[in-house]
Ligand binder design. Structure first.
Ligand code: FAQ
Length: 338
């Protein structure tokens, strides 16, 4: 907790704004730096630099959008799950992703932005969501591979975010990571079941792994030299590791799991480097990454159109909730006046 920072901010701006007199700004900045540098947590009422607030809104909103758009690839298989057990598991997982989106939108609200505003930015393509969700789910093996590789990458990226300097984000991540770990295990269990099945089922798993491996490596973002945000985000302890560090950790973690499963990754350059104590791997196709992020992936148009339609179809729910809240407020005022 940044008690000192809070006290200063309150003294400087009792109305809660960040528009503080110049002579106190330096003191506030130093207190903020001390909090972040000392592994303290920045909380919503604390003074924070505008750049820190904007960076958090950008990252957490992109993360929230990813969870919500990320429901679609797996949602595609709910009606076609091969058994009641698989359907129940898949339904629960997709619902969990919706919950993650909601925790994260709530975290952004503590930074002064409204969820409605962020949704507008998503459906008008002014804000991004993760590239990974622009690929199609062609077979039921994709469901297992998303659990294993996509949730696996999400965990690798997100466990360090549990120590992010912004309190509401870090706390949301603790809960999300617990659920993502469970998702990963269910994906692995599904794949083990398929691998113990017929030759055709094993081939279906390998085909899914071949299609998802490279996009899952792209989830970690551009290479460090091309990542404009990493340096500042690490200095503010929003991010705790660079994109490449986490990508390497993910490769090292995934190779033994692939061996245990009996599948291979589609990378002829993947091999153990004893000197580095890590796996070397081939070059990522950054042209593909850029194209997908810019909207030219196989499913970008479909994902956004679906999200837009869901938003429009939900208008009556928002209208009803607003009318109900207005009625409650009017009653409360009448009660106070009486
Ligand atoms: N896709 O300077 P950096 C999940 C953008 S949740 C699209 O390196 P930063 C759960 C980036 O925003 C998956 N865009 O940026 C699940 C920036 O754009 P901007 C989402 C990408 O922020 C599982 C620009 O490129 N996870 O999977 C991507 O320092 C299964 C330059 O990049 C999170 O969001 C990308 N892959 O590092 C759900 C985790 N990568 O805004 C359903 C939190 C980068 O400057 C089913 N986020 N960009 O125009 C993070 O850790 C970071 O934001 C990074 C990017 C690492 C994603």
């Amino acid at each position: 907790m940044a008690d000192e920072t809070t006290r200063l901010a309150t003294a400087a701006a009792p109305d809660g704004t960040t528009d503080v007199p110049e002579h106190l700004r330096r003191e506030l900045e130093e207190a903020f730096e001390r909090t972040v540098g000392g592994e303290g947590r920045v909380e919503p009422r604390d003074w924070m630099p505008e750049g820190y607030r904007r960076t958090l809104i950008r990252q957490v909103a992109q993360h929230a959008h990813s969870e919500i758009i990320g429901m679609q690839p797996e949602g595609n298989w709910i009606l076609r799950a091969p058994s009641l057990r698989r359907k129940a598991i898949l339904l629960a997982k997709v619902q969990d992703e919706a919950g993650h989106g909601l925790y994260l939108y709530s975290a952004t609200e503590t930074l002064g932005v409204d969820r409605g505003e962020l949704t507008e930015k998503l459906i008008s393509s002014k804000q991004k969501y993760s590239s990974i969700f622009n690929y199609p789910t062609l077979t039921f093996a994709d469901i297992g591979v998303i659990g294993w590789l996509v949730d696996g990458a999400a965990i690798c990226n997100q466990v360090p975010l549990c120590r992010s300097s912004y309190g509401p984000y870090a706390r949301a991540m603790v809960r999300i990571c617990k659920e993502e770990s469970f998702h990963q295990r269910q994906g692995f269990e599904l794949l083990r079941t398929l691998m113990a099945g017929t030759e055709a089922q094993r081939a279906m798993v390998q085909d899914a792994v071949d299609r998802w491996w490279w996009p899952s490596l792209m989830m970690f973002g551009p290479a460090d030299g091309d990542s404009p945000n990493t340096q500042q985000s690490m200095a503010w302890r929003i991010k705790r590791h660079t994109n490449d560090e986490l990508r390497q950790r993910y490769v090292d973690m995934s190779v033994p799991q692939a061996e245990a499963l009996g599948v291979t990754f589609p990378d002829p350059e993947l091999r153990w480097n004893a000197e580095r104590g890590s796996y070397d791997f081939g070059a990522i196709d950054w042209d593909e990454f850029t194209a997908v992020v810019k909207g030219a992936g196989p499913c970008n148009a479909q994902r956004l159109a679906h999200r837009r339609a869901a938003h429009e179809n939900g208008q009556w729910v928002r209208d009803a909730a607003s009318a109900y809240a207005a009625k409650q407020e009017a009653r409360r005022r009448e009660g106070v006046a009486a």
